[in-house]
Write a protein that binds this ligand. Structure first.
Ligand code: NAD
Length: 511
């Protein structure tokens, strides 16, 4: 039985079960670390396919000059393929299971492993969404069972989630974390909850992006651009959904929904409809974008308001908490005169908008609301605004919106256009996720540092959600979430108690 932490050097033989997409990558990774690998499949055909995939990956590394012929041959010599599960796992120090995502298959296998493995072997599952506690329940000694969640492609992605059930021994989790580091990965520790860290934070955010689209808050291109230009993420949420697969994302969402309930995880009707229509994303040729004629980058750039020449004069008024001075100096610097007094003759009235407030109220106070547009400059890490959200109350005239777009172009700002609802686009996408991240910490599932590391290494975030939350300011995030809650009545936006406490106390999540 595993009652002490096993050092990585003492894990000499690893059995990897299931040589599909993930298992072949995991077997390669472990083989590269100098350990013996037993590569296990259900029959010779799948074994051959899995080994061919593994070999092809190593050959690619050789052709790129990243591995010598000799090193490849040595790695392959350490990998012993077999379709005999009991014999294959008998002498393993660690078993990593990567068979299909079906509970009955996994439970049957773990029951078998319980019999066939050494009593002190650790049993790990690479499941993405199943309950590890339930898988462990199929064994007689669950303290040695844990999750070891690699990301695709396993040899490349740096993150590993080490998942403990209520029964996993601390030694088992620690051994897996040490081993992950030895495999040159970065482990994060999380308790067994649906979605672990990455999927539990990512998938509701993707779902919310679909809601923004289906409620016509913005175009698909602008929702994606708000995430890339506004939040610095590598890819917009709708593009990412197309890449991951809408069906895969829906399945994860349903798992998280089943465990936690609530509106936050309720699949957006549009997501379900696209799945019903078998528009799963890239793999089926269409999802939110159309890939049948190549990557739709040109189409993605295609949506913009027709731009008339920029106005010579604008009136600039402030929303109660908006960033008037910053915007005024930007406009002045572009040679456009700024009047603080809007009149029907000025033509364009800009409200320095704030995601906590509707622009409409300021627009109505002006007296000629059709001429009014909100502009919200989105702060990014280095403090320089890159992106402007053009916020259009429904009373804004189309010509006014076009003039505002021309003004933003003259100022050298990238723009997205949002309907006038609290949060606009960037905050509406990001802040509910920050709230989810705080809830995860508040409820004791993972530490703030591990939450941030997981999102940086698993999803390419430039900074983790809790660090971004600190930068935005907990008090500001709370008031935007409260405004979103007030406008929609959706309890998903209610700030979690710990976030409200930190906002009141002025505490930061990452020191
Ligand atoms: N695909 C991903 O991006 C990804 C990422 C992280 C984790 N995961 C998880 O990893 C696991 C495997 O996913 P995948 O995408 O590699 O699946 P896959 O379908 O590509 O591979 C599964 C392999 O397991 C084999 N298999 C089935 N039953 C078996 C058994 N009883 N014994 C031995 N082999 C068996 C199959 O023949 C197949 O080759 C799943 O739990 C999945 O949720 C997948």
């Amino acid at each position: 039985m595993t009652s002490s932490v096993t050092q990585p050097a003492d894990i000499r033989e690893v059995a990897v079960i299931g040589l599909g997409l993930m298992g072949s990558g995991i077997a390669e990774l472990v083989g590269r670390s100098g350990r013996r690998v037993v590569a296990i499949e259900i029959n010779q055909t799948f074994l051959d396919q899995g080994m061919a995939r593994l070999r092809a990956s190593l050959d690619k590394a050789v052709s790129r000059g990243k591995l010598t012929d000799t090193a490849r041959d040595e790695i392959l010599a350490r990998i012993r393929p077999t379709d005999d599960i009991p014999a294959g796992v008998a002498s393993a120090d660690l078993v990593i299971e990567a068979i299909p995502e079906r509970m009955e298959l996994k439970r049957t296998l773990f029951d078998q492993l319980d019999e066939a493995c050494r009593a002190d072997a650790i049993l790990a599952t690479n499941t993405s969404s199943l309950s590890i506690t339930e898988i462990a329940g199929a064994t007689r000694y669950p303290p040695r069972v844990a999750g070891l969640h690699f990301f695709n492609p396993a040899p490349v992605m740096k993150l590993v989630e080490v998942i403990s059930t209520v029964l996993t021994s601390p030694e088992t989790a620690e051994t897996l974390a040490l081993l992950s580091r030895d495999l040159r990965k970065t482990p994060v520790q999380v308790s067994d909850r649906a979605g672990f860290i990455v999927n539990a934070l990512l998938v509701p955010y993707l779902n919310h992006a679909v809601r923004l689209l289906e409620t016509a808050q913005a175009t698909r291109e602008d929702i994606d651009k708000a995430a890339t230009a506004g939040l610095g993420l590598p890819m917009g949420p709708l593009t990412l959904l197309d890449l991951v697969g809408l069906d895969t994302s829906l399945a994860v969402l349903e798992t998280v929904q089943a465990e936690f309930g609530g509106t936050r995880y309720m699949p957006a009707p549009l997501l379900r409809k696209l799945c019903d229509a078998r528009l799963f994303g890239r793999k089926s040729g269409r999802g939110f974008y159309d890939y049948r004629h190549g990557t739709p980058s040109a189409a993605a750039e295609g949506h913009h308001l027709a731009s008339p020449p920029p106005p010579a004069e604008v009136a600039l008024i402030r929303d109660p908490d908006g960033l008037l001075d910053e915007l005024a100096s930007e406009i002045n610097a572009a040679g456009i005169s700024v009047s603080p007094q809007p009149s029907p003759q000025t033509g364009l009235v800009i409200v320095a908008a704030d995601p906590r407030h509707r622009v409409l109220d300021a627009a109505l106070a002006v007296g000629h609301p059709a001429d009014v547009v909100g502009i919200h400059l989105v702060d990014v890490a280095d403090g320089k605004p890159r992106l402007a959200e053009l916020v259009l109350p429904d009373v804004t005239a189309a010509g006014t919106a076009a003039k505002a777009a021309a003004l933003a172009a003259k100022l050298g700002l990238d723009t997205v256009t949002s309907r006038d609802r609290p949060g606009f686009l960037t905050a509406a996408l990001a802040y509910p996720q920050f709230n989810d991240a705080v809830r995860m910490f508040q409820d004791g599932f993972a530490s703030p540092a591990d939450i941030d590391i997981a999102m940086m290494l698993g999803c390419g975030y430039p900074r983790g959600p809790l660090q971004m939350l600190d930068e935005a300011g907990p008090a500001h995030v709370v008031s935007v979430l409260e405004a979103m809650h007030a406008a929609t009545g959706d309890p998903a936006f209610t700030p979690v108690p710990l976030l409200a406490e930190y906002a009141t106390a002025g505490t930061r999540f990452r020191s």
